[in-house]
Write a protein that binds this ligand. Structure first.
Ligand SMILES: O=C(O)CCC(=O)C(=O)O
Ligand SMILES: [Fe+2]
Length: 206
């Protein structure tokens, strides 16, 4: 196809996944392997990882993963009864943020990090639809380490599903009305797998 032909036709990029009332864009190799390996080690060693707890039916339950919250000083974030005060940006987190911002086409002032230590660590069904994220949040999700399944289901019809495998060095941008209409999860697996780190860059409206 000539350059002119492709210019006028503007084919939808094949990394775009258009769901009913929501949109995903997946870049499987956003970071090359060597850089991904370095970033993973750097984040494992420098982030203030913590196993947080939530209260459920009057009991204190530990989240099945380690977490950390970084961002601009003004951004605090609440979910599952917790309010997280951000730690100041590290050099590595700013480096990653500055690479993904032009691709996501949206600024980010905070990042939630999750460390899934093995296949028993997981994240249950939820949508990132807290009011401070605004009505149609753009969320950029960066992945290092073990490939994990990422499942989506339509809130009003659980038969409507989408499944992806998020690999080492990948970037997934969630946008449009995805958080309003869809939930997502990272299920447990019995496979013997190494750890995985996920970073979700967000914009908190203050
Ligand atoms: O680990 C993932 O891929 C998902 C993380 C997530 O959904 C979140 O932090 O809200
Ligand atoms: Fe999420």
């Amino acid at each position: 196809m000539s350059a002119q032909g492709s210019f006028f036709e503007e084919p939808a990029p094949d990394n775009e996944i258009r769901l009913k009332n929501g949109e995903l864009i997946y870049y499987p190799q956003f970071f090359e392997k060597g850089e991904s390996d370095c970033l993973m080690q750097e984040l494992l060693g420098t982030i203030a990882w913590k196993q947080e707890s939530m209260s459920m039916y009057g009991k204190t339950v530990l989240f099945p993963r380690l977490m950390a919250w970084y961002g601009d000083a003004s951004t605090s974030y609440s979910f599952s009864g917790n309010t997280f005060e951000p730690q100041p940006w590290t050099k590595t987190l700013l480096h990653i943020r500055d690479l993904i911002t032009p691709v996501a086409g949206h600024p980010f002032n905070s990042v939630l990090l999750n460390h899934y230590r093995n296949g028993s660590d997981s994240m249950g069904w939820h949508a990132d639809d807290e009011p401070e994220l605004g009505p149609a949040p753009v969320i950029a999700s960066v992945n290092f380490g073990a490939t994990r399944r990422f499942l989506l289901r339509y809130k009003n019809d659980h038969h409507l599903k989408h499944e992806m495998e998020l690999q080492h060095g990948s970037l997934l941008v969630m946008k449009g009305s995805l958080q309003q209409y869809w939930e997502h999860q990272v299920p447990k697996t019995t496979r013997k797998i190494p750890g995985r780190i996920n970073l979700t860059f967000r914009f908190i409206y203050i």
